[in-house]
Ligand binder design. Sequence first.
Ligand SMILES: Cc1cc2nc3c(=O)[nH]c(=O)nc-3n(C[C@H](O)[C@H](O)[C@H](O)COP(=O)(O)O)c2cc1C
Length: 339
Amino acid sequence: MPDLAVELAGLRLKNPVICGSGEAAASGPALRELVDAGAAAVVAKSANESDAARAQLASAEYVALDPAWREAADPAASGTSLLNRSGLVDVPFEEWVATLAAADAYAAERDGYVIASLIVADLDRAAGMAAELEAAGVRALELNIGAPHGGEAEPGAIETVHESERAGAVVARVRAAVRMPLLVKLTADGVDALATAAAARAAGADALVIAGRHLGFLPDPETRRPVLGTYGAVGGGWALPLSLRWVAKARERLGPDVPLVATNGVRTGADVVRCLLAGARAAEAYTVVHQGGAAALVRLVAEVERYAADHDVDRIADLVGEAADRTLTYAQAATKGGR
Ligand SMILES: Cc1cc2nc3c(=O)[nH]c(=O)nc-3n(C[C@H](O)[C@H](O)[C@H](O)COP(=O)(O)O)c2cc1C
């Protein structure tokens, strides 16, 4: 049996598949089902203290689109993209903390993790919420400083960090509040993701999650109105190479010892392997779960395991960075007659 375990920021993950944050991970029963599906870790739906961010969940809308940008007949079909608006966890925070602590304890008994997720509205409140989570026994935190909806949400509801100085300040404040492993999720939308990655790492991020989805806009030629009526976050398998470029560049810039997690566009076990080869130690997949339920995680883990067995990979961790470290410059490619 190949060894699928990877080490990430002090967490021993039994395999490189992490379920990303989203509505499918927004209740105790849902979190337990995702843990049971075999993901090494499940990132819970993000929370903060903003009433506007919570209220936004009630008007969340989703549309699966085929490769021609028409509504997809089968949302789970390969090649579909997802356009949506979303909000944050809409239960009182104390209740949510108890839910997460219980779910993480359940995961611990199954060699897994439930990772809490916070998105900043007010920074001091975010630091306080992180401390509450830790005090309740939750073992790890993902801080999403790159949520795509920041500019569209009510002012003050969701902060999207675009500047490296602010990234450092936000991460440092939360880092000072907790000792648990801190994963920081970044955006690559309209920013120098390497600068924010470096600043987040310098400020105490144990791992960097690269990168959140993009904000898009899609007019419908029939109605001549925006699909969903608004801007929306958009993702699809096409996003994977865009994310993995940043992952490979972050490895090059920050060095191989900095734990990286890839997200955005993972649809198959081969995509998880692509993430590892680009330099990530694990891959966060969410849309496949949103569209296909917990079974999608079972499939991803099985596909990674089959890949390792078919390719005589004894330790999946040995793949980390292999392709990234063999990237040629265009000049080298020219002299080697490469493509
Ligand atoms: C409907 C939906 C809701 C999401 N909600 C959150 C969230 O609350 N917090 C967060 O950090 N990421 C959230 N994400 C982003 C996912 O966790 C993931 O990083 C992203 O969708 C890219 O990966 P994917 O292509 O596998 O979906 C959400 C994504 C979707 C599609």
